[in-house]
Design a binder for this molecule. Structure first.
Ligand code: HEM
Length: 511
């Protein structure tokens, strides 16, 4: 862990355990660890090993600053054996640093600790009590003994009332501590691996954990080609527009993060909290769309005489596909968006609401949504999201242009919709973006909005955001824009392929 958690300073310049507790919570919270998991991990981890700060000699350059011949190895003078210096803090936490026990917790809770300095000059804590002196074996010399040490991050657990209660519980119930550590360790090491079907080997636990975003097995037969075709007709005949169907499927699938394989359309968690209430998903609007989809689902499932049923997760994706096929047909292209049924619907009880909040979009360049509080440049955040969605630059480009043409923007705003035929899968976005009849201008105002004016009349024709204009301003994206502006058929086919990729990013069951 980074040293910023070790030594956050208070007003007197000394390390401040309360600040340390706050930072630990922030860092472990980002990994969706609660207080009990965080305490188990750190107490369990610091049951073993030692820290290294034996000398105050200069350690030499770090890996990035080392000469090329060091081949990535830094700190050449960090010392070895009893001279080793890494963090600068020196010593072990307990008397049995190679054994699993509660001696770390006993030391921390049963003794008073005071601030001191390591030989390397780092701030650390030593026991006030004489009893603990000379009780810790030296890592190298069996004849030598030391006092244990604590870091400010360890003292934080003693000073924070809630964390203290947790570690006291662990100290008094060693089996509970062991179980909590085992579970939190398993989570720490596996939480970015995605659903259990991606796990291999005989040691995979039978139990699916809540942090694995569990999905139920289908207790019905999934729809086939004929049923999918019938449902597409139903969806297109309903009052739902192309934009509504596309936005709902996008909102459902685009939560996917390849970094930890969470999110995605499978499970249809868009109909559950917290996703149902996210501003980017236009909650009231979504409510209407979902209730129409539920009607279609119920009617279809009731009419099926056999075991075939459609899940909401499949229906939402099918709705997006149907809308795209319709919009492409309206532009004169006969395309089929590939569809692989087999998704199931998650339940609210088996959804970790708190940790799903981490997936909430601050901006969604694809829908031209901005929450107003995001930090950084909108276009950079769009690239970040595209990366999490596994998209190449051309896939990102074609999706943005296509979504605009379909009118699939947040609150159906006209921002970026450079077309007279919204809802039709044309390449108008790319054509009009750099049409020399127009010129772009920044507007003043709270939002960063740009206007395009007709060069002759001076009339405002369209409005755009930064994520729209980046496709003309950035040379690499502009090259992609040029391709799509000149080849509409390619644009349509590439849009369908990129869309299909987003819809199936989380289909590990198909791998
Ligand atoms: C806020 C959280 C944490 C902080 C600030 C922290 C800090 C540190 C520092 C500064 C060292 C000394 C490194 C050195 O000088 O060589 C260390 C060592 C160690 N940490 Fe942590 N740590 C944290 C969490 C954890 C967790 C979660 C685990 C495991 C579950 C863990 C396991 C260990 C172990 C086993 C060592 C000893 C390594 C050795 O013997 O060389 N730590 N920690």
């Amino acid at each position: 862990m980074g040293l910023i958690y070790v030594d956050p300073e208070g007003p007197d310049g000394d390390p401040d355990p309360r600040k340390s507790a706050k930072r630990i919570r922030q860092a472990f919270g980002r990994m969706a660890m609660n207080d009990a998991e965080t305490a188990a991990l750190i107490a369990g981890g610091h049951t073993f090993g030692k820290s290294h700060g034996a000398s105050d000699d200069d350690m030499g350059p770090e890996p990035e600053a080392a000469p090329i011949e060091a081949q990535g190895l830094g700190w050449p003078d960090a010392g070895t054996g009893s001279e080793t210096t890494t963090s600068g803090i020196e010593g072990a936490w307990n008397q049995w640093p190679t054994m699993w026990d509660t001696s770390y917790l006993n030391n921390l809770l049963d003794y008073e600790w005071e601030l001191t300095e390591s030989p390397a000059g780092a701030k650390q804590w030593k026991p006030v009590d004489e009893e603990l002196q000379d009780t810790v074996p030296d890592a190298h010399d069996p004849a030598e003994k030391h006092a244990p040490m604590m870091m400010t991050a360890d003292i934080a657990f003693k000073r924070d009332p809630e964390l203290r209660e947790i570690i006291e519980g662990y100290r008094d119930n060693p089996m509970e501590f062991l179980d909590a550590f085992a579970r939190a360790w398993y989570k720490l090491i596996h939480r970015d691996m995605g659903p259990p079907e991606r796990f291999l080997g005989p040691d995979v636990p039978e139990e699916t954990m809540l942090w694995q975003d569990p999905l139920p097995d289908a207790d019905f037969d999934t729809i086939g080609k004929r049923e999918a075709a019938d449902l597409k007709t139903e969806l297109l005949d309903s009052e739902l527009s192309v934009s509504q169907l596309v936005k709902t499927a996008w909102a459902s699938a685009s939560t996917y993060r390849d970094s930890d394989k969470r999110g995605g359309a499978n499970g249809a968690r868009i109909r559950l909290e917290p996703q149902r209430s996210w501003e980017a998903n236009e909650p009231q609007h979504l409510e209407t769309v979902l209730s129409t989809l539920e009607e279609i689902q119920t009617e279809f499932n009731d009419a099926c005489s056999d075991d075939v049923r459609v899940s909401m997760a499949d229906l939402i994706v099918l709705g997006g596909n149907a809308a795209i096929e319709q919009a492409a047909a309206d532009a004169g292209y006969d395309v089929t968006v590939p569809f692989e049924p087999g998704r199931t619907d998650a339940s609210q009880e088996r959804t970790d609401e708190e940790s799903f909040e981490a997936l909430k979009p601050r901006i969604d360049g694809f829908r031209n949504y901005f929450d107003g509080e995001y930090d950084g440049l909108a276009e950079e955040l769009m690239v970040d999201r595209a990366d999490l969605l596994n998209l190449t630059p051309s896939e990102m480009t074609v999706l943005v242009g296509g979504m605009r043409a379909l009118g699939a923007t947040y609150q159906d705003s006209k921002l970026g919709v450079f077309t007279d035929r919204p809802g039709t899968l044309t390449n108008d976005f790319f054509e009009n973006l750099l049409d020399m009849d127009y010129e772009w201008d920044a507007t003043s105002g709270p939002r960063e909005v740009y206007e395009v004016r007709d060069r002759e009349t001076g009339d405002v024709v369209w409005e755009a955001s930064r994520v729209d204009l980046i496709f003309g301003s950035n040379s690499r994206l502009r090259a992609l824009r040029d391709v799509y502006a000149s080849e509409e058929e390619k644009f349509v086919q590439d849009f369908v392929d990129a869309w299909h990729k987003v819809m199936t990013n989380d289909r590990f069951d198909l791998e």
